[in-house]
Design a protein around this ligand. Structure first.
Ligand SMILES: [Zn+2]
Length: 274
């Protein structure tokens, strides 16, 4: 599939903290891309075992319920596989163990595009962001540089497990504020709502109305009935197009050099990175 006329996407992966995070944030995009033939994989870092106020519930029981709900939601959307990393819900930190587990999945599935939350989103609109969301997004950023992309980072992944380094072509950060890319999900809005309803232990009717109004708002600028918004980082474009350089924009070559020196293409072996 060609996204936006340029980005060639065969495989995509959403990496997130809890069951239902992906449904709220990007299920419309997952369903749309899956219909277009993209192999969409979910990588859920925690087990969802904290998501209840019920005193009769146990963490062990809730874990089972939420994993089953996530499997159902993924099936509805056409998501090919859900990887459960099973770290404890509510206790997530970007430790080296979590980073290794996420880097391993990126190296196995080799996605062209990775989706995650925005790690800079801490609060807003009467809402304090869950620390697991921030930690999950932080882990994904660290996977881009250096965990998944650099040969001598976590060398056991390559030496013992034969998992070659991998860097995606783009990172899509879920944006509820001012997205720079909006994706039309009008055709799959009912699928998204059905996938959200699959999270039976979590979803109230009100939350579905809220999600719909959210998607309406995101679509306004482009006149889509419903949309999902993202901040997109592209890693497959080395600097500005040539015509800009020859027109003599003085800052362009310098900007290009700076970006290249921080990239983590696997071709540059033997170089020290921090
Ligand atoms: Zn969550």
């Amino acid at each position: 599939m060609r996204f936006d006329g340029g980005l060639d996407v065969q495989r995509a992966m959403a990496i997130y903290a809890h069951p239902d995070d992906a449904e709220f944030a990007l299920a419309g995009t997952a369903a749309t891309w899956a219909k277009a033939g993209v192999e969409f994989v979910y990588c859920m870092i925690t087990n969802g075992a904290s998501g209840s106020q019920d005193p009769d519930m146990t963490r062990a029981r809730l874990r089972e319920i939420r994993l089953a709900e996530q499997r159902d939601a993924a099936r509805i959307l056409g998501v090919k596989e859900v990887v459960f990393l099973d770290f404890e819900d509510g206790y997530l930190e970007p430790t080296i163990d979590v980073r290794r587990a996420v880097a391993r999945q990126i190296r196995i599935h080799r996605p062209d595009v990775i989706f995650t939350m925005d790690p800079t989103m801490r609060y807003g609109g009467g809402y304090v962001n869950h620390p697991d969301h921030i930690a999950a997004a932080e882990v994904v950023l660290r996977s881009i540089n250096p965990d998944a992309s650099t040969r001598q980072m976590l060398p056991e992944l390559w030496q013992s497990e034969h998992l070659e380094p991998h860097k995606p072509k783009a990172l899509f950060l879920v944006s509820f504020g001012k997205p720079d890319v909006v994706i039309d999900v009008s055709d799959v809005v009912e699928l998204k709502l059905e996938a959200l309803r699959a999270h039976r232990s979590q979803i109230e009717p009100d939350s579905l109305e809220f999600v719909k109004s959210w998607m309406k708002e995101a679509g306004k600028k482009k006149r889509y009935a419903y949309a999902e918004g993202f901040t997109v980082l592209r890693f497959d474009q080395e600097g500005p197009p040539r015509r800009n350089v020859t027109r003599g924009a003085r800052t362009a070559p310098r900007a290009r050099g700076r970006r290249a020196s921080r990239s983590t293409t696997t071709a540059r072996r033997g170089r020290r990175r921090r």
